[in-house]
Design a protein. Structure first.
Length: 144
C-alpha cells in the first residue's frame, strides 16, 4: 500500500463521520452497516469512569492503550484489540470538550507504537462486519 492509498482511506473514513451526515434517531441494525451505525456516537459525551474500567472494556475485547486523565479540551483516547491474528488493531476516539468528534481505526506499528497506519478497505470491512455489534455495545458503554 502506498502512502497515497493510506491517506485516501484515512480521508474517506474521516469524511464518513462528518457531523452533517449523522442520521437522526436510532438506526435499524438490519438496514445500516456498522460504519453507519457508529455515526450516531459523534457528538456523544464520553463516560470517563467507564473508559477507566479495564475489566468491563476487556468484556468487549478492548484495552485502553492511552487514557488522558483528565482529558484536555481536545484529546484522544486509544484502545487496542486483536482481530484475525493482529493484536495491534487500534481504535482512536478523538474528543473535544468530552464529546466524540472522530473515530479512527488503524494498526499500531510493532516497532514504534507511536506510528499508526490505516487499515486497508478489506481489513476495515471485515472488522466491522465481524465485530460491528460488539463495537456498538462498546460505544454504548463508553458514552453517556
Amino acid at each position: 500500500m502506498t502512502s497515497i492509498a493510506a491517506l485516501s482511506i484515512v480521508n474517506n473514513i474521516m469524511l464518513l463521520f462528518s457531523k452533517s451526515e449523522i442520521p437522526e434517531g436510532r438506526p435499524n441494525r438490519e438496514e445500516k452497516s456498522a460504519m453507519e451505525r457508529l455515526k450516531r456516537y459523534i457528538g456523544s459525551k464520553i463516560s470517563l469512569d467507564n473508559i477507566k474500567d479495564a475489566e468491563n472494556l476487556k468484556a468487549f475485547g478492548f484495552a485502553c492503550r492511552y487514557l488522558p486523565d483528565p482529558p484536555e479540551d481536545f484529546d484522544e483516547f486509544e484502545f487496542v484489540t486483536d482481530f484475525e491474528g493482529m493484536n495491534n488493531l487500534g481504535l482512536m476516539v478523538t474528543v473535544e470538550m468530552a464529546k466524540i468528534k472522530k473515530i479512527f481505526f488503524g494498526l499500531f506499528s510493532p516497532d514504534d507504537p507511536d506510528i499508526v497506519s490505516a487499515l486497508t478497505e478489506d481489513q476495515l470491512k471485515n472488522f466491522l462486519d465481524q465485530r460491528g455489534d460488539t463495537l456498538i455495545r462498546f460505544f454504548d458503554y463508553i458514552t453517556q
